[in-house]
Design a protein around this ligand. Sequence first.
Ligand SMILES: [Zn+2]
Ligand SMILES: [Zn+2]
Length: 254
Amino acid sequence: MLADTHAHLQWTSFDRDREKVLVRAREAYVDYIVNIGFDLNDSIKGVKLAEQHEGLYATVGIHPHNAVQLDQNVLNKLRELSENPEVVAIGEIGLDYYRDLSPREAQKKAFEAQLLLAKELDLPVVIHDREAHGDVLEIISRFRGKIEGIMHCFSGSKEMAEQCIRSGFLVSFAGNVTYPNAHKLHETAKWTDLKKILLETDSPWLAPQDMRGKRNEPSFLPLTAKKIASLKGIRPDELAAATTKNAEAIFKFK
Ligand SMILES: [Zn+2]
Ligand SMILES: [Zn+2]
């Protein structure tokens, strides 16, 4: 049994075959899928999808690309949505200095406002950090002991993973850990405590090596699990059991 802790199955790229994608996920023993909000509409779609399917859950939040959209009205709507039992976290939130699609000041403001919301609601957060490690660490360190969460699609060093873990975070690995030249990430996955690891696909992006170039989907998750198990020198079923347990603990799936 596996948990895909970060997917975007509400996206239009799944409109024509979403049901088949879900059947293939089940066949691959991916029994939990958390669909992640990107903006308000996308968050609403994720919650609806979770209501319709057993094993599907949702997070609600405004991605740093859309940070300028976050005003008091949107924040109130996110708060209302999060009352739904299908909502297991606030996210994805954070900073993206690679694409810089919203001004950095707006990104920081939206990130902090949503961290405060998560603290108020006692929900974990799903963090997107792209080329913004320093500022992300600085901001989350201010919430140490008050907020738990996940660093999604982790791309940092093992030292950074340790720092995130000390701040109360889990580290989630995506398909890029299967890329042959991802040496730094291989080291990180090898040395990160099994109790602090989650798995994700980030579907429809980041397909694992054997599927590279294709639309990613949850049924490809076992490829990522296999790679991390081999890096750690354990059996894939051990890794699956541990990471599923970690996901159940942080998201409190109902
Ligand atoms: Zn992301
Ligand atoms: Zn994402």
